[in-house]
Design a protein around this ligand. Structure first.
Ligand SMILES: [Zn+2]
Length: 324
């Protein structure tokens, strides 16, 4: 099922520190902007489902006659239990696999509940490396959101992935194969994708969030991220299953690339002219994206790119992001 093309995947690979750290800590998690439709289960194929939670984090359920795979385990154990309840409306088969596509807690802090179900938890090796070093920092910034939603932060524990992969991992159930792959850093180092060939669908984690201005504080390279998006766009798929927001299509990737490259070029131009950060944050408003989700955070993203351009390092990973 997986031909030579898919096997060719390869790894591609402080100024203002005080200000930056303060700004990172003040940034709310992606789930903070509320007001979407109630969470719902969407059917993608005869065995594939998309748990669409606009106000939270999406998950994907591959439900076969042999067992179940869940992609992303929700931000909190209570939300994971809710998802497991939804899965039980679909199937009573064992949950064998739980995939963490990203090092952000909203994609893995529900691991404990899936562990209790007996699932093997899987992530890219670089993602696991960063989870182990940054999960407490990540959790800390989610606590206000948990409290506001009536979720007990003390219930959250870190359960590390049991199994890791570097470039690719194929998992087979009931005669069908899905492929986890890591083509290099996108929104994050370690951000992985899951291809469901039979459903012509791919899970895109945080690297593609349709009609949303993506958080730019984690990526080590906008060019690398764009390369990943173009690779996802070139796949033989009809539907993109994002970590946040509704189902995506190929044109959403053009829009996401446009957003990333526009911000990058405008920031480069401002820096080349010697425009100070504070001034750039006021003048670079990118009104073309005013209707996109999280547009209100644009000033933060301008700062993220100033830091990345100035230091060559993503703003978030204060202890470094490279796997040593
Ligand atoms: Zn997320």
């Amino acid at each position: 099922m997986f031909g030579a093309t898919t096997r060719r995947l390869v790894l591609c690979a402080a100024f203002c520190v005080g200000l930056c750290v303060a700004a990172v800590w003040s940034a709310p998690p992606a789930s903070a902007q509320r007001g979407g439709p109630p969470a719902q289960m969407k059917t993608i194929a005869d065995d594939l489902y998309f748990w669409f939670d606009y106000d939270g984090t999406n998950s994907i359920i591959w439900a076969t006659s042999e067992g179940v795979m869940v992609v992303d385990t929700q931000p909190h154990p209570a939300q994971a239990r809710r998802l497991i309840g939804e899965i039980r409306k679909i199937t009573d088969k064992p949950i064998k696999w739980a995939i963490n596509t990203q090092v952000h807690g909203d994609h893995f802090l529900g691991n404990s509940e899936f562990k209790k179900e007996g699932a093997t938890i899987v992530a890219n090796a670089h993602a696991k490396y960063l989870m182990e070093r940054y999960w407490e920092k990540d959790l800390k910034r989610r606590v206000p959101g948990f409290e506001k939603a009536g979720l007990d932060p003390k219930e959250v524990s870190f359960v590390a992935p049991d199994k890791t992969f570097e470039d690719e991992l194929v998992i087979e159930m009931a005669g069908r194969k899905v492929r986890l792959f890591y083509p290099g850093p996108g929104q994050d180092p370690g951000c992985a994708y899951v291809h469901f060939p039979h459903a012509k669908a791919v899970a895109t984690s945080g690297s593609l969030t349709p009609k949303s201005v993506s958080n730019l504080m984690y990526t080590p390279s906008i060019d690398g991220w764009v390369k990943v998006l173009r690779q996802l766009q070139g796949m033989d798929v009809d539907v993109y299953l994002p970590g946040h927001g509704d189902l995506g299509k190929k044109s959403d990737i053009d829009d996401a690339v446009g957003f990333l490259t526009t911000l990058q070029s405008e920031v480069k131009a401002a820096r080349a002219k010697g425009v100070p950060l504070a001034e750039a944050q006021k003048s670079l408003t990118f009104p073309a994206y005013k209707d996109w989700r999280n547009y209100g955070r644009m000033a933060d993203y301008v700062r993220n790119l100033y830091v990345l351009e100035e230091t060559g390092k993503p703003e978030y990973w204060t202890q470094g992001w490279e796997r040593k």
